[in-house]
Design a protein around this ligand. Structure first.
Ligand code: BES
Ligand code: MN
Ligand code: ZN
Length: 497
């Protein structure tokens, strides 16, 4: 989508559709007042008569209003003014884009920044507007050969502001919204591609392509031979059951001084998780094409960071492998040695995410990182605990936990901090090895985090369990959500010096 900013008299601007918001109770925004005056009191009349109520997400489309240059006027209800906060701004914006995309128009003029009297500045609002629009316009690349769905008509959005002096903040927000949206779109695309098309090699190729595109991005792909020779026995125990060779992919973005310690993001990139010999039940197994959403989010985040030219150093590690049952797959009961030296008793081959991640966490030490965040669709238990609204967050550092929580609140891609108390650690003690890869039925998301924590003692670390937030497995909204790219982008932006 092409975005631009428009200033001027809203009633005089020629556009196929002008969009304004209206609060319940009828107090008109500056834009609405201008349009009302130009149309000889038409809007106020409709409000007074009760034809437009301004109730939450109400939509009214008016056409050919005398005195107004726009062909159509779309009014979105914003609900009660006192209850209109950041989430309501997003939900109204969502409703608008869903509607615009279904209309047969090429462009629209959107006047939604002004009436949003929320505690967010214009930069936030215009960034969020672009992000929400792009999210609503997303369509997974068409793999249907028979019925290619037609592209939406809409090609350009003009964002309206009242005041010339707001131009620079609005345009900054718009630009970061576009950078972020590129990352989110990439995360969705990678997530949605099925396991036969998006395998570890595909992810490695994508990383190489990213490095070709951005000057400050470089990449390094480790093959199984090197992974093995570095002593990553835990990673190998997962990938060895698959015919698709595993890859440990490192992408580096240097936006700051070379000697400044990097921030590291590690993504779980299981391109398909069958469960391995501890095979998953057939129903719903296809959902495990999304088991690389952590890697997809990490990839999308570094893309957005490079696009936005953030002044930070960032390293992304994609732990890419496929979890399959075969003659060469790990057996339940196997004991393997991780790169950290700790031995692991694999009691369940379906708890594979932590196995590829633990060696990646140890490998991350080489970069002497400032912080390390891993992102993973790690446990079904996390979905039971938090559902699909909050990402579970664990950390060994309260400062880092606070920054991530705040970033989540700021951009509305929220996390909920979970405990990493010592009491839970005993659930993964093993009689035969240093640690077991599962900890029983209770507190499954927590014991998975406990497992990872044993490999993340050398730096400030946080773990994001995105099993509930990264994708919708079924239904109308089926597909990747792009979460938590927004959160990570917000967090990294907050680190800029
Ligand atoms: N990838 C799954 C977790 C998952 C399940 C993510 C559903 C998204 C939706 C992970 O590898 C897994 O299988 N975890 C097991 C762990 C168990 C064996 C301790 C689980 O959650 O059942
Ligand atoms: Mn699994
Ligand atoms: Zn998995």
């Amino acid at each position: 989508m092409k975005y631009s900013i428009k200033i001027g008299r809203p009633d005089k601007i020629k556009t196929p559709c002008i969009v304004i918001g209206l609060f319940e109770g009828g107090s008109l925004s500056t834009t609405a007042t201008t349009l009302d005056k130009a149309s000889n009191g038409y809007i106020r009349k409709l409000v007074k008569r009760g034809d437009i109520k301004g109730s939450k997400n109400e939509l009214v489309l008016l056409r050919d209003i005398e005195g107004i240059s726009a062909t159509r006027l779309l009014i979105i209800g914003l609900g009660k003014k006192t209850q209109f906060k950041a989430p309501e701004f997003v939900s109204a914006t969502k409703t608008v884009i869903q509607n615009l995309r279904s209309m047969d128009i090429k462009s629209a003029l959107v006047c939604l920044l002004e009436p949003a009297k929320i505690k967010k500045d214009l930069a936030w609002k215009s960034q969020k507007l672009v992000e929400t629009f792009e999210d609503g316009l997303y369509q997974f690349q068409n793999l249907k050969e028979k019925t290619k769905s037609k592209k939406p008509q809409l090609q350009a959005i003009d964002i309206f502001i009242n005041d010339e002096k707001d131009l620079s903040v609005t345009s900054k927000g718009m630009q970061s919204g576009q950078a972020l949206s590129l990352g989110i779109k990439k995360a969705k695309d990678l997530g949605n591609l099925p396991g036969n098309l998006c395998n570890p090699e595909y992810l490695a190729d994508q990383a190489k392509e990213l490095a070709r595109k951005y000057r400050k991005v470089t990449t390094n792909v480790m093959d199984e031979k090197e992974i093995e020779s570095r002593g990553m026995g835990a990673f190998m125990s997962v990938t060895k059951g698959s015919d698709a060779p595993g890859k440990l992919i490192t992408i580096s973005y240097k936006g700051s001084k070379p000697k400044e310690a990097p921030h590291v993001i590690i993504g779980k990139g299981i391109t398909f998780d069958s469960g391995g010999i501890s095979l998953k039940p057939g129903a719903g197994m296809h959902e495990m094409i999304w088991d690389m959403c952590g890697a997809a989010a990490a990839f999308g985040t570094i893309l957005a960071a490079a696009e936005q030219k953030l002044s930070i150093n960032l390293i992304v590690i994609l732990a890419a492998a496929e979890n399959m049952p075969s003659g060469s797959a790990s057996r339940p009961g196997d004991i393997v040695k991780s790169m950290s030296g700790q031995t692991i008793e694999i009691l369940n081959t379906d708890a594979e995410g932590r196995l590829v991640l633990c060696d990646s966490l140890t490998y991350a030490e080489e970069f002497e990182p400032e912080t390390v965040i891993d992102v993973a669709t790690l446990t079904g238990a996390c979905i039971i605990a938090l559902g699909s609204h909050a990402t579970a967050m664990y950390s060994n550092d309260e400062g880092l936990a606070r920054s991530i929580t705040k970033a989540g609140e700021d951009c509305l891609d929220r996390v909920w901090q979970m405990p990493l108390w010592g009491e839970y650690q005993s659930q993964i003690n093993s009689g035969f090895a240093d640690v077991a890869n599962v900890g029983g039925r209770e507190a499954g998301s927590i014991t998975a985090a406990c497992f990872l924590s044993r490999f993340a003692e050398k730096y400030k670390w946080a773990h994001l369990d995105i099993a509930g937030t990264a994708f919708n497995g079924s239904g109308l909204k089926k597909g990747s959500t792009g979460r938590p790219v927004s959160l990570l982008f917000e967090y990294l932006s907050s680190l800029e010096k």
